[in-house]
Design a protein around this ligand. Structure first.
Ligand SMILES: [Zn+2]
Length: 255
């Protein structure tokens, strides 16, 4: 082993030791500690359990069970899992947390179907944000999360060449128009090439800003679920969810 890599290894061990000591002294949950230090909770978990960055310092064998299992996001209504994650999904002793919560609230998941997060927040365990879907539908809905750099370039080129609307392209790709607009403008995937196109908001929007505000107000007041509001306003539950998360129809920033 070269001196350089030994030095790097030592530096990692020291860093692990420091993080474990800070965590032990903080009295925080792993999730809170991770948030405070801008780290991923599963990363903190691995470090404090001694599975990453060496074994020096106070090692915790088990994550402390104190604190709520989830916290409710005030705007989206997502129940954000506060314990360990598995592949981005909440990990519960009885399986994946969102599946456990869904089955508790709504009964068994029909055979052959998997649960789709209508809110697209994988750590969310709110049964109302989950819907059993076939694998194909779920993959289709999830495509937005599975964009690759190549696909982004292709999509930008295709749109810049003309002949297709954002709405049509979004439907084809199983994406939300707002999300696709951001990809085309370069707000999303900014580090990837491909022609940028400024996409106007007004043409693609099926709702007015006032309607979006009304949806947020009603949801905050507990008057309507994602699904019932979607039905009422003639859009998908997912669209409602994006409005609540301000991914779409965000208020213009004050100058
Ligand atoms: Zn959710």
């Amino acid at each position: 082993m070269s001196t350089k890599s030994t030095g790097k290894h030592e530096a990692c061990k020291m860093r692990g030791q420091r993080i474990r000591a800070e965590f032990a002294a903080s009295g925080l949950t792993q999730t809170a500690f991770a948030r405070l230090h801008g780290m991923r909770p599963d990363r903190v978990s691995r470090i404090v359990r001694g599975l990453s960055l060496g074994q020096g310092g106070p090692i915790q064998r088990k994550q402390r069970p104190e604190g709520p299992e989830y916290l409710i996001h005030p705007e989206t209504g997502c129940w954000i899992w506060q314990r360990g994650l598995s592949g981005g999904y909440g990990a519960h002793a009885q399986g994946l947390a969102h599946r456990v919560y869904y089955e508790r609230a709504k009964g068994p998941i029909p055979e052959g179907l998997q649960l789709d997060h209508l809110c697209r927040v994988h750590a969310c365990v709110n049964p109302d944000h989950l819907e059993p879907a076939t694998n194909a539908v779920n993959t289709q809905r999830g495509l937005c999360a599975k964009l690759t750099p190549e696909r982004v370039v292709q999509t930008r080129e295709r749109f810049a060449a003309g002949g297709v609307t954002v709405t049509a392209l979004a439907a084809e790709m199983g994406m939300d128009t707002g999300q696709l607009s951001r990809v085309l403008r370069g707000t999303k995937w900014a580090n990837v090439d491909g022609p940028r196109t400024a996409v106007g908001h007004t043409k693609q929007q099926a709702l007015t800003m006032d309607q979006a505000r009304e949806i947020r107000r009603r949801h905050a007041a507990g008057d309507g679920t994602l699904r019932s509001l979607g039905r009422e306003f003639g859009v998908s539950s997912r669209c409602i969810c994006h409005i609540l998360q301000r991914k779409t129809y965000a208020e213009p920033e004050a100058p």
